[in-house]
Design a protein around this ligand. Structure first.
Ligand code: COI
Length: 356
C-alpha cells in the first residue's frame, strides 16, 4: 500500500476483501469503504438491452482509457441500504424507487438501463452474496451502490458504444463524523451544484465532482458540509452535497420542490409521507435563505445520512444556531419513525420494505 494515503496503488488487482469480517469494528463503522466479497456485473451494447448479469468476486474492473465514463462522465449511481432485522431477516427499503430513478437518469444521459426486475435481482444477489458483511441488527447497514456507466471507448463527444451496470456493497454506519449529533453547515454563495436544464435532478457522478471544491473549503474551516443555493437568484435553498434539506417552522415542515436542479431523494419522499402520516403539514416549494435562517429546526435527509439534524448554519458573516445544541424534536420523531420502519421494528403499512 502507498505510504501517503494507504491506497492500493499497484495498478491493480488487490481491491478485494482481504480484510476478514471478524476484524470489522461494528460499533465504529462510519462511512468509509470496506471491500466485500462479490459484485454484480451486467453489460450491454448501444441499441441493445441488458442481459446475462452475473456475480463476480469483488475487484478492480478493466476500462479503456477512452471509456465514456472516464472522458465524458457518462455515469450514474444509486444508493440504498440493507438492514439486518433482530430476527435475522434482511430488509431492503424501497429498492424499486432506486430502479426507477436510475431509469430516468439513464434517459437523460443517453444510456440503456436495466429493467426494474433486473435491477432488483442484481441488488438481491449482491446483498445475499455479501451477507456476512451486513452489520448486526442496530449496528448499521450494508450500503449498496449500483453504478451505470458508459464503459465502451469514445473519442468524439458521443454516448459510449457499451454500458456496464455494476452493483457493489460496503458495510456502513453514520455518514457524518458527528454521528447522530447535529451537523454545522455553511451556505455557499459563489459555487453552485446544478443549474436549470442541467443534470442536478438525476444522480450523475458529475454532480458530486461539482461539489468537492466548496465542500473541501468548508471542511477546512471546520464545517460538516455545504448547503447550495439556486444558481439563478442565489437565494433559494437547494440541497447539501450528499442530501436533501428540510426546515421546520411552527410545526410546518417545508422542503425545496423538485424542479430539475434538486436530487429527488427517496428518503426525502418517504419523510414527506411519514411526516404527513404523523399529522404534520408538509409543503414542497421555494425555501429562501431567510426562511432557512429563521427556522425553528433544520434537518437533512438521504439514504447515506438518514435524518441528520442541523445544529448551525453560517450564511455570509451570520451564524444561526438551532435549538439547544441537541437534535430538534421533529427531526428526532421522524428519524425514529423512519429507522424503526427500515429495521423492521414497526409494521410496514406503506409496503415499502422488501424482505430477502
Ligand atoms: C446516498 O445517500 O445514498 C447518496 O447517494 C449520497 C452519497 C453521495 C453518499
Amino acid at each position: 500500500t502507498c505510504a501517503t494515503c494507504g491506497c492500493n496503488n499497484n495498478n491493480g488487482n488487490s481491491a478485494s476483501s482481504d480484510q476478514v469480517v471478524k476484524d470489522v469494528d461494528w460499533d465504529n463503522l462510519g462511512f468509509a469503504f470496506t471491500p466485500t466479497d462479490y459484485m454484480y456485473v451486467m453489460k450491454c451494447c448501444q441499441g441493445d438491452t441488458f442481459s446475462d448479469g452475473e456475480l463476480q468476486r469483488f475487484g478492480n474492473i478493466e476500462l479503456s482509457p477512452s471509456a465514456g465514463i472516464l472522458n465524458y462522465g457518462q455515469g450514474l449511481f444509486e444508493g440504498l441500504k440493507a438492514y439486518r432485522k433482530q430476527d435475522g431477516s434482511i430488509l431492503l427499503f424501497r429498492p424499486e424507487e432506486n430502479a426507477l430513478r436510475l431509469r430516468s437518469g439513464a434517459e437523460r444521459l443517453c444510456m440503456p438501463s436495466p429493467t426494474i426486475e433486473q435491477f432488483l435481482e442484481a441488488v438481491k444477489y449482491t446483498v445475499l452474496a455479501n451477507e456476512r458483511w451486513i452489520p448486526p441488527a442496530g449496528k448499521g447497514s450494508l450500503y449498496i451502490r449500483p453504478l451505470l456507466i458508459g464503459s465502451g471507448s469514445v473519442l468524439g463527444v458521443a454516448p459510449a458504444p457499451e454500458f456496464t451496470f455494476l452493483v457493489y456493497a460496503s458495510p456502513v454506519g453514520n455518514y457524518f463524523k458527528e454521528g447522530l449529533s447535529p451537523i454545522n453547515l455553511i451556505v455557499e454563495t459563489n459555487m453552485h451544484r446544478a443549474s436549470p436544464g442541467g443534470t442536478g435532478g438525476v444522480k450523475t457522478v458529475g454532480n458530486y465532482a461539482a461539489v468537492l471544491k466548496a465542500q473541501t473549503e468548508a471542511k477546512s474551516k471546520g464545517y460538516s458540509d455545504v448547503l447550495y443555493l439556486d444558481s439563478v437568484h442565489n437565494k433559494y435553498v437547494e440541497e447539501v452535497s450528499s442530501c436533501n434539506v428540510f426546515v421546520v417552522k411552527q410545526n410546518k415542515i417545508c422542503t425545496p420542490a423538485i424542479k430539475g436542479t434538486i436530487l429527488p431523494g427517496i428518503t426525502r419522499k418517504s419523510i414527506i409521507d411519514i411526516a404527513r402520516g404523523l399529522g404534520f403539514q408538509v409543503e414542497e416549494g421555494a425555501v429562501t435563505v431567510d426562511e432557512l435562517l429563521e427556522a425553528d429546526e433544520v434537518f437533512c435527509t438521504g439514504t447515506a445520512v438518514v435524518v441528520s439534524p442541523v445544529g448551525s448554519i453560517t450564511y455570509l458573516d451570520q451564524r444561526v444556531t438551532y435549538g439547544k445544541g441537541g437534535t430538534g424534536p421533529v427531526a428526532q420523531q421522524l428519524y425514529s419513525a423512519l429507522t424503526s420502519l427500515q429495521m423492521g421494528v414497526t409494521g410496514d403499512k406503506m409496503d415499502w420494505i422488501v424482505r430477502l
